[in-house]
Write a protein that binds this ligand. Structure first.
Ligand code: SF4
Length: 170
């Protein structure tokens, strides 16, 4: 696995669909959760993306002065080394917030130091696999109610229904 490159399916600038406000959304390739009914099964194969360096992605993010950032896919935690470096650089070099979507549960991430390395740099995590039988199109920013929106920093604790703080996480 590349440590300074990310297999990217698409980068969508100024989207309002992936978290609150305007955001630059990084859609990565690669996901082994294989949830039935997945919105984006072409994202499962990490080979379906284009390899971009952390610097290249950061240039796109920094070119937009106002948008915050979202990591989605696919599942960014299958490329956790490079995404951690990208998140670390975003926090070091900008004031942008980061939302990240994953099919892992928060318990799985916290139990695995390799996965958990990205947590210190994220503001919000949307966690858990999509469960087709529980699909609810009325939910904000998630497809089924088992998925949790978890605030890791107070910066993003807007009143969005269904969100929960997770403290102390760090
Ligand atoms: S975690 Fe997301 S991208 Fe991965 S299979 Fe499930 S719904 Fe699809």
């Amino acid at each position: 696995m590349e440590k300074d490159k990310i297999s990217v399916l698409d980068i969508v600038e100024q989207t309002m669909a992936d978290g609150p406000g305007l955001r630059t959304a990084i859609y990565c390739a690669g996901c082994d959760h294989h949830c039935p009914g997945c919105h984006n099964p072409q994202s499962w194969n990490i080979g379906n993306g284009n390899w971009m360096s952390v610097d290249e992605i950061l240039d796109v993010i920094k070119a937009d002065e106002f948008s915050n950032v979202s990591f989605s896919g696919g599942d960014p935690f299958y490329q956790v080394d490079a995404f951690t470096e990208l998140a670390r650089r975003i926090k070091a070099e900008t004031h942008k917030t980061i939302w990240c979507w994953t099919g892992f549960t928060i318990e799985e991430i916290r139990a695995d130091a390799h996965l958990a390395q990205m947590l210190p740099y994220l503001d919000v995590l949307v966690v858990g696999p999509f469960i087709l039988e529980q699909r609810d199109t009325q939910l904000l920013f998630r497809g089924s109610p088992n998925q949790r929106i978890i605030y890791l920093t107070p910066k993003e604790d807007d009143a969005i229904p269904g969100t929960v703080p997770l403290v102390p996480l760090r």
